[in-house]
Design a protein around this ligand. Structure first.
Ligand SMILES: [Cu+2]
Length: 394
């Protein structure tokens, strides 16, 4: 604390000293009958030279960093559209660096070249329509090219998938991912957050809709609602005393659960055994196994807050929003083994990360991703890495 105070006092005193020095300088200038902007030629030329010196250091360090870090930290893109994204990035870099070197070069060279010279007067140049047109149209054209190319690539990522695309759901929650494969029918069973339960009797963490899950959810809701009514009845009989606040909270919660129960009961009349069939072959996994050269259509859902599914090596990212289904597609083109060879890193693994700060363990929200052949996928499945979503039905 004391140290901080001393530092603060020193800073304030230095500021006052600098202000006073400037004041002294101004006063002496006045006495010598010189204006503030009157600088002798020698100092002026030193300043001009410094412009060139600065430019050399500035460009030198930019080029140095370009070579040292320019390659980026990600290996070659491992998806079809990922290669397009990298190409687009490179085009942007070419434009950005060209403009950067031209504009800054001209800025500092001119500052040097046109430094004050007592034998030269300024050229009067108020306006030029051609010049105005040129520096409006050229940047606008360059931006249009960047935007149109970007939109074309974006549509490739988010557009309609081909008929061969395999549908996989990525379910995000604080703080993990679950992958749900759509199975042989390539159709994901319906899901509804109102059916989400981790009740041990019949867990349904993804809220998948089946007649059985609806039945179990109703049982769970009934049991919770009844228990709460029992508690409220005890309070009415003066067996227990709750604070006004907690009583209000309990009443609100019961009302909410009853509303949910009503809607779940409605689902029971709307859904028949045919919905069970769609969900019956869905299977989930805590690791994402993808087949090389197979197109995938990912459907993202979130249970709680906004997350973001980020596959750095496939150059793919999409937000996962509660109450919404967001989509993204890509085709992996290198297996994990091939990528290990490419990167020269035998430990290399693909990864899915959360790219929205979603809570305290956000940084742990990852899922390992493996790319292999169709045979390897089958083997992976047989090794028991997956489980049916409706396994607990029977
Ligand atoms: Cu997250």
């Amino acid at each position: 604390m004391e140290m901080k105070l001393i530092v603060l006092v020193v800073i304030v005193l230095v500021a006052i000293a600098v202000a006073q020095l400037m004041r002294v300088y101004e006063l002496t200038s006045k006495i010598r009958n010189r204006r503030e902007e009157d600088i002798d030629l020698r100092v002026n030329n030193i300043n001009a030279m410094m412009m060139i010196a600065f430019l050399a250091v500035f460009f030198g360090s930019a080029v140095y960093m370009l070579f040292k870090y320019g390659n980026g930290m990600l290996p070659e893109a491992a998806s079809i559209h990922g290669q397009d994204v990298d190409w687009l990035f490179n085009i942007n870099w070419v434009i950005v660096f060209t403009v950067f070197f031209i504009v800054n070069g001209v800025l500092f060279v001119f500052a040097y070249k046109y430094a004050y010279d007592p034998n030269r007067t300024a050229y009067y140049f108020p306006h030029d329509n051609k010049l105005e047109m040129l520096w409006t149209v050229v940047p606008a054209g360059a931006l249009a090219v960047i935007i149109i190319l970007g939109l074309m690539t974006w549509n490739k990522i988010t557009g309609k998938p081909s008929e061969n695309a395999v549908v996989v759901e990525l379910y995000a929650e604080q703080f993990n991912w679950t992958a749900r494969y759509s199975g042989d029918d390539n159709k994901l069973g319906y899901a509804d957050y109102k059916l989400v339960t981790t009740w041990s009797a019949n867990p349904n963490p993804l809220g998948v809709i089946t007649t059985n899950n609806i039945e179990w959810r109703l049982k769970e809701l009934d049991s919770t609602i009844n228990a709460m009514h029992t508690d409220l009845a005890k309070e009415e009989n003066l067996e227990v005393v709750y604070s006004v606040a907690s009583l209000e909270k309990m009443r609100k919660k019961v009302e909410k659960l009853e509303r949910i129960r009503e809607r779940v009961a409605l689902m029971q009349t709307n859904y028949t055994d045919s919905t069970d069939v769609i969900a019956a072959d869905d299977f989930i996994a805590k690791e994402l196994f993808l087949i090389k050269d197979q197109e995938y259509q990912f459907i993202m859902r979130s249970r709680d807050v906004i997350h973001s599914a980020y596959f750095p090596h496939f150059r793919a990212q999409m937000n996962c929003v509660p109450g919404q289904r967001t989509k993204l597609k890509f085709t992996p083109i290198f297996t994990t083994a091939e990528m290990r060879e490419k990167t020269g890193n035998p430990e290399f693994n693909y990864i899915l990360m959360c790219n929205k700060i979603c809570g305290e363990s956000h940084s742990n929200m990852k899922m390992s991703v493996v790319v292999g052949t169709a045979e390897e996928f089958k083997k992976w499945q047989e090794e028991g890495n997956t489980s049916l979503v409706v396994a607990s039905v029977n």
